[in-house]
Every structure is written in C-alpha cells, then in structure tokens.
Design a protein around this ligand. Sequence first.
Ligand code: FEO
Ligand code: CA
Ligand code: CA
Length: 736
Amino acid sequence: MTQHNHFDHDFVEDSNTSKNPEFSQIVAKRMSRRTMLKGGTGLTAAAFFGTLPLVGCGSDNDNDNDVPSNGATPAVPATGDLKTPKQLNFTAVAHYTGNEMMVADGYNAEPILHVGTPLITSSDVPEWKDNRENVPESFQFRMGDNHDGMWFFGKNGNNYSAKASDNALLVINHEYTNQSLNPNITVLPDYVAQTGVTGIYAKTRPASNVRRECYAHGVSVVEMKRRANGIGYEMVKDSKFNKRYTSASEIKISGPAAGSDMLKTKYDSTGTKTRGINNQCGAGLSPWGTYLTTEENFINVFARGADKAIIGDKADYAMGRYGLKENGIGGGYLWHTPPKSDEKFMDEFARWNSTATGASALDDYRNAFNTFGYIVEIDPFKPNSNAVKRTALGRFAHENCAYAPVEEGKPVVMYMGDDARGEYIYKFVSDAKWSNVDIGGGLKAGDKYLDKGTLYVAVFKDDGTGEWKALTHGQGALTNANAKYAFADQADVLINARLAGDALGATKMDRPEWVSVSPVTGEVYVTLTNNSNRTPTKHGMNAANPRNYAGDKGNRNGHIIRWAEKNNDHTATSFNWDIYLFAAPNDLTAENLSGLNANNDLSSPDGLYFDPRGVLWIQTDDGAYTSRTNCMLLAALPGKVNDGKEVTTSAGIKTRVGMQANEQNIKRFFVGPKGCEVTGITLTPDFKTLFINIQHPGEDVDGVTWGAIAGGTTPRSATVMITKKDGGVILGESLK
Ligand code: FEO
Ligand code: CA
Ligand code: CA
C-alpha cells in the first residue's frame, strides 16, 4: 500500500530506533570494480519454466543471451518458449494521468474479478450495488478489497500442474480496505465528548462495519478457465475450489515458535492456532506448488491500552519495536471497538485489543499481536485445509517471499523483505534438502521445508560486499545475556526478528518491498521503494541507501538493489551487491543516476517479478511523481552485478549503479488509472496472459470511476488481464 495517503490505514510503521550501522559516519570508500563472481552466472531460466523452478547451477553462460539450458531438464517445463528477449521491441507507453488504463500497442487490458464479485451463486450474496452496503458476512463469498500479490496455479483435474494453462486456480491477496472509499463506513462521534471515555476506546465503530472489513481482507482462491474464443479467462462461479481466507479464518501456527508462551491467548492456550490473516501484500510461490501469502501492515488493526506495569519492560519493548506502544491504536481501523453487545462470536472484536487485562495471557489477547506478521502457506487445491503460519521465516512486515531455483539435494532458500522505514532484508535456508518428488506435496511438503532451517538478516557494506547473519538463539548477541533484549529462546528470536536484526547489526534499508530472483543470472533483486527518513539526522546515508533529496527529503523515488551470492550458492553467507536502478523523474538530473528518459522513468518501484524468460517486470506504488504520471508497469532486461559504474549521489555518497538505462533494456508497458497502485503479477505457463492488479483506483483523488459498475460512481480494485490482440505470447514481438 502507499505510504503517502491521508488516512491512517496507510500508516507505514517506523519503529527502528536501533543504532545499527548506517555507515553514515564511515567515509565513503572508493569502490573498486569487482571481478565477476567465480563460477559465473549459470543458473538456468529453464529452471523456472512457468511456475515451478527446478534445477540449478551450471556452467558460465555470461555471453549467451538465450536462456541457458546447461543440460538441465526441468521435470515440468512451461509450455512457452523460454528464450530471453535480446531487446524490448514494443512501443513505450507515454506518461499518463487520466482515469483509464494505457497498455502497449497490440495488447488488450481488461478488468475482471472486481472487489465484491460473488464467487458463488446465492440469494445471500447478491450482485454488487455500487457501494459496500452488501451484507457484511457475504464478503466471505466475494472478492475482497485491494487486490495485491497473486499466482496462477495451472490445474489438471483436481491437481496442480505447472504446465496447465487452460484451467487454473488464480489466488489473489486482498491487502486492506479503503475507508476513504467506503460509503456508509461510520466512525461514531468522539466518545470523549459524549461519554467521557478516553484512551483506545475514545472512538468506536459499528460491528457491521468492522465485520465487513474483516471479511474483505485476506486471500481469494478463484477457479478460472480459458474463454471459448481462446483468449483470456473467465471465473468458474460455484467451483468447489472457490474460497476466501479472511481476517476471521482459523489458522494453524507451525514451526519453531509454535507452542511458545508468547503465542498463547484466551482463544488458544496451546499457542498453535490463531484467528485471521491480515494485510496480505506480495505473493510467493513454493517450489512444491503452494501459495505463500504475507502479513505486512498487521499493526493497523491492533490497539493497546496502558499495561506496561503488567507485561513488564521486556514485552513492552518488543511490542514497541513492532509499532504498538502503550495507548496506541495501530492504523486507525478500530476493529477492537464495536460495543460488546454487538458481538456475534466469542471475542470477535476484543481479540484485536492487545491490552493485558486478565490474570494471565490465557485470559486476554495480549499475545494476539504476536500471532500476526508471518509468511502464511495455503494449498489452493485443498479447500478444506487450514492455512499455516510458518514461524521459522520470522515475524515482521512481510512484503513477499521469493525462492532461489531449487536443486536436487540442496536446501530450499527463500528471500524476504520487511517493508517499513529502515527495516531489514532476510533469507531462510531450509534444513531439509530439496527433492523433486515433493512437487505437488502440499502443506506436508511445507512442513518439511518451512518449519526447520536458518533465518538470516543482511548486512550491506559500503565496499560492495555483504554478509548474512544467522538469527540463531545462543549464538553471538542472541542470548539471554543480551542487555538490550534478553532473548529467551529461538521462538523469542523469530517472533522478535526485528530485535534480533538490531542485535546483529543488520543494515536499515529504504523500505524493502518485493524480492525476485533472476532465472538467467541467479542474482536477487529487491525494490527499495522510498524512505522519508533517509536523512542525516534520522537513518543517515550509506552506499546501499545513498540518496537524500534536497538535504532533508530522504529517498523520494526509490531504487532497486541486487546481489550475487558467493559462488552463486544461495546458501552462502556472503555476497556482492550493486544498485541495479535508481528510480527518478527523467529531468531531475542530479537524481537520475540510471539515465532514464520519458519512456522509462518511474518512481517508487514496488512489485517485482522475473518471468521465466528472464524479463524483469517492475510495478510502481508512487506518490512523488504522480503529477506527471499514474503508477505503471515496466518491462526490463537487466544485466548483472557490477555491469555499470561508480557514481556519487546528490547526497555525496559513493556507490555503484548498474548498466545505464536505454530503450532496449527498460521500457514502460502499462499505466494504470489515476490514484491507483499497480501491483501483483503472474504469467500463465503458455506466456499468453499476464495478470496484474489495480489497487485502490481513485484513492485520494476525486472523480475516478475506474472499475465502477455501469452507471456507478464507486471505483473498484480489480484484476487486469493483459493479452495480445493476435492471441500470441506476451512480449512475443521482442523475441523476433
Ligand atoms: Fe503492501 Fe509494502 O506494500
Ligand atoms: Ca508500496
Ligand atoms: Ca507493495
């Protein structure tokens, strides 16, 4: 979600007050051009084939623009041509500030699956009525709001098939609800004036409103089939696979923190389950074919009264590090406030109140906050199964989750970012070694690969190298003897991963958003969307986060960082990095360090996705350049770490930027309607349909009706299906 909007739901939590090295005091060192990684960059794009990656490293294919095969045979190849384009041959889409969508010539873009679309046929779930007054409970059977990350799961019969394109389960995140766009959402008058009630109950909301929002969050699973004319897809209404996971669903908690006292609540005295997933942001796929959704700004729906005297300094410090201080109301959702008389289920609303009020943690919801902030695994092909929160991957504001190409007999590696100002980048390395027989293994395979392993946090050094530091209890600073925060056990380390990152000297980044791994080079890319705190007096600058606009405006336009793991081994504990791209308005010369022009300039990169052919798709969620253009989707053909030059930013920081932009290697492909964010992306295995999402069209601007029903005025988030007019392959013109 954007951080610039007026309403509290866009609160981007900012609680990293650690003294971790910003390198701001370190004199910028001259960075020598580093030699290419020994061993080359021979990961195969074939390994990614559509939806499932398979095999891994091979010989050095640096000079081969085609996808290297390395003799590796993907077990389940995509049906599309895996050749990597040598250049981008479509005509760039110009800057655009209107209320429609603009897509490259030769393509169609069509909205489908708008918020509120019924997934089943029932008189209790009527068609959308141009407002959000529909029966609140019915959102359990409708598309939720603010579509975000998603994945296309090819389907053959009742099973997953990475090469199936005719029939699929499209799984879509719903990040949050737009209170500013919700007619008839009520915040009751200030209770202080009326009743004298103060603190976190000073305002209250009706139960029906909160219930509607709770059900409009989460994930939709929607069966899709190819249309009769062969181009694009339509929903299979009433499919037995159609399902909503919401902020009210019962969810299993798994991994090293499951059963910890810190996760026990009045709802569950065992610490192994909770109710709800929240703020589903970017998407991830597991190598075995399940969906990995994320919990990002979950702080928004929690509140906490005065209870430090009860929970003690340590727990108070930990809650504060995740943004929930005493007498705090997360992001203003006020889900804890409906009057008790309105409660339909046990503690339906009280569970969002983290105040310690009872005799113990089993008598209240002081720990409910600790049960959010995880990677959550869903098996879309098992509609009767519960989702599972995977605690081994740490608790923070998870943006997305991207795996490195898997190799038989080697660990599974997942990369992740924590999207808040000054937060960290992580990776998880499984204990279990990958076996292709686990493809299609569902949540059991998840138990095998995601419940045991090592979580690491990244340190980016000014000399262009970096290190991964293990979040392992008992090692180094992560012990009970730590004076700042006494880590009791591994559960404590994972639940409070941010505090562990602080203790390990992790590098504060400019809001890590999506991560994606290049199928061509094996290098890892992360969008750093922007950071208003990247100023000398707040976070300070360093080579990895080197921009501060106009002396005190911070990093306004964002950048994309990338790294190559040592010897191309994703389990390595060191890496080489550079900045692939600086986003900037093309005419802001001092900031435009990548040489962007009007056909490829951008601001605030966010969504990021390498398709199986090695095309990098970049999406924006911007507030800094929207007077010139709405948010967009670009296609790019990146090189590799250290293919560029040394630069000095306007803030006087030396760093390295990748190869300069040109119209062959980055170009604008699509621009969305005014007020929207362009986010979420998935490509069908035949490469003929690209799905993206338009989130919150018209937010903070008047008069936008994109996505409204005929004659209606309420703009609606929706999925957008992009196809070629001739029915061909997306970017097929670039393969010629
Ligand atoms: Fe949900 Fe950080 O974007
Ligand atoms: Ca964003
Ligand atoms: Ca995002």
